[in-house]
Ligand binder design. Sequence first.
Ligand SMILES: Cc1ncc(COP(=O)(O)O)c(C=O)c1O
Length: 378
Amino acid sequence: VNIDEFRSLFPITRERAYLFSGAIAPSNERTEAALEEWARLWRSRPLLSYDAAVEQIEALRAAIARLLGVRATRVSISDNTSRASNTAVRLVRCPSGANVVFDETTYPSSRYPWLSLTAAAPRVAVGNPGERRSDAVIRCIDRDTVAVSISHVAPLTGVRHDLRAIADAAHRHGAVLIVDIAQTAGVVPISLDDDGVDMAVGTTMKWLLGPPGVGFLALRDEDLRETSGVDLGYMALDVAGEEWPQDALPPLWPDGRRLELGMPSLPVLNPAVAGIDLLLELGVSTVHRQVEALVGRCLEGLSDLGVEVRTPVDPADRAGVVAFEHPHAQELARRLAEDGVDIGGYDYGLGRVDPHAFNTVEDIDRFLDGVRRFSAPG
Ligand SMILES: Cc1ncc(COP(=O)(O)O)c(C=O)c1O
């Protein structure tokens, strides 16, 4: 698909300027078709829909692996980012005296599991004025650091971390780098190994153009060796059902499946694959270019309007999230929605514009016009 064909697959684009894919992307014709197909099978041949589960899980695993540039055996499917993040935390050994490094922009799902599940001392990297966030994180890493847990792009600031630089510092001290890529997978080209990421977690409902209810954990082979202490379900077992032992732990799959529990939400598996396939068909680099052009225009327009923007000006330090201050964010979002423009962030007292590649310059200008009219006296 080219970018115009891509846009035409999103019915919402004919009605609204939808600018909040960092929360949930709208459906497209392909994901909807997959969802409807599942419902039809569920109605007519429920057992066939059930029997197709394993094949569909494997197709999803392969699609996520393609996106992240890793072998499929290194991907474990989960139901959301938060679950995947809890699993990642459980895989890190924390001797006494250990610490874990976050920064102020680390999303709660990558922060609180550490405080709940481990005794690692939290270190929150606070940047000095003018300092890059990634450098502040690097400053906090020492020989007792077992993990650095960050959001690649933070939803409340739009700041993007320099993964390679943080990975090098973490690895020098024997720590692992765990990254929440919910706000970058699909919009920034990512290769986990090139970026030095040891474990990555995310969800399909945002930039990956899929439905909610699917998350993932991608990890290294060595992290799959010692998995005692993680949740365990029958899907993790590498033995046939008739051989399940009564009183001993059966062998587990050697790959990402060993972290999977029971039946996932079947209706969303194929739609999730359809979303990732569509994205890869257009190409993540093309998505990135289009999103960067739209974000650039949005930042410029907001600054012309005198709006205080939280998102960095350097394209290398941001991705698809534009966060800005607004004293009446909630009312602004309500007024924009009445005019067919959807933005977010208002739950946090700010404004957020997260354009995807199906958006256009006209969508951004419609938003900027709405802000101008909202702020106009009288
Ligand atoms: C950085 C980040 N991580 C995770 C999530 C969502 O987590 P979950 O998939 O657990 O709902 C979001 C947004 O909602 C996010 O912005």
